[in-house]
Design a protein around this ligand. Sequence first.
Ligand code: BES
Ligand code: MN
Length: 456
Amino acid sequence: MQELCEYVRFPSVSAQPEHKSDLLACAEWVREQCQRIGLEAQLCPTSGHPIVWARTPRSRSATRPHFLVYGHYDVQPADPLELWSSPPFEPRVENDLLRGRGASDNKGQHWAHLKAVEAWLATGTPLPCDLTFLIEGEEEVGSRSLVEFVKAHAAELKCDAIVISDNGIPSLKHPALTYALRGVAAIELEVHGPSSDLHSGIFGGCVDNPAMVLAQMLAQLRDRHGRITVPGFYDDVVPLTARERKQLARLPYRDAALRRLLGVRALFGERGYTSTEQRTARPTLEINGLTSGYQGPGSKTIIPAWARAKITCRLVPNQRPGTIQRLLVRHLRRLCPPTVRLKITGGHGAEPYLVSPDSPLAQAALRALRTAFKRQPVLMREGGSIPIVTELKKILHADSLLLGLALPDDNAHAPNEKFDLKCFRFGLQLGMHLWPELARAVQASPGGLRRSKRNA
Ligand code: BES
Ligand code: MN
């Protein structure tokens, strides 16, 4: 626990350039920890933040299955700082919860896997497979360097599956296999009006207001039934099947509880879908940031020179980030009046992911979950995105098993993030049972075995 606290103490905020050296220090610390528990560990520099690459000592057997374990040591920005009940990078354990930025997303979750492997090694228990840990520092900003890294080292990283705990479960009583993630398409827009802020009395009335223009453009992107109005937005969406809708409806989410958890007066979402479908299996468009003019104390009578917004869409199969970005840009350009200059910059993207929960490996993971949690696991989709998952599929042709350890009230990306230490202990248990189950599943399938031989 002390080690995990040490880990959370690094302010490894990948989005903020001033934290570059903190990311480096954090990565180096992870590498040392990996080495100390008996892994062969290297720090791999990239054009962004370094990647930690750590492997269990390799056996001479030619037929051992090989699994990757993915995690990220970077975290989201901690602000607004004043809303934290204790400082984000001074972790505390309290009531069996670890509090701090990154505790749940994602340091605590992959730490459980590392500690479980430490137990295998420290007790001299032979692992039934080879493991490679890839812990990156750019997940929260789109994983660009890791994509290049995986391409460059595809031969060494070739594996039977990837295990990821960077997602959630409905509750402590519901361990889950997540078989789908949403993708992301991000853009930023700037509306430029007068060459500087203007006196709103002297000039107001004869000149357009960038904040108003931006507000009016944004307001047209969604209708009052929660449908996105960007032409073509839904064209590639694969409709949910009746079978899947029935299955999603069985998940233990209740609207009243969700409403209370989120502190909203009422839930809101696309008409015709349940809240679970809306937040995991339907696409969205959200304003993530909106800035213009004066927001300090008192009033300041100006027409602001500019207004800015950050927007992301969450995507579902088979929407593509590039296509959605293009549709969005084209639509916004049409909506923009000729009185202002519109500047649009493309941001990061991630493709949506969907995999069969019926494969032998998925079934093996479900058995390990049941043993570790002593509960029957559920199948779910997640609304969040893990950009590397589809890239790993494309480059290594391997599926990801998403075995989350986070709870819905962990406050990921929000003030007062925490990680429930019960989840941490379940994660340790999972690390005991998962590898034998997965290794058996690979060895039982002729295709899997052949792949491992070629690997060696
Ligand atoms: N761990 C999350 C993603 C997540 C959260 C998946 C909950 C499933 C359930 C991850 O760290 C994250 O936040 N990813 C970003 C990626 C984006 C910046 C491309 C996200 O989803 O916003
Ligand atoms: Mn995150």
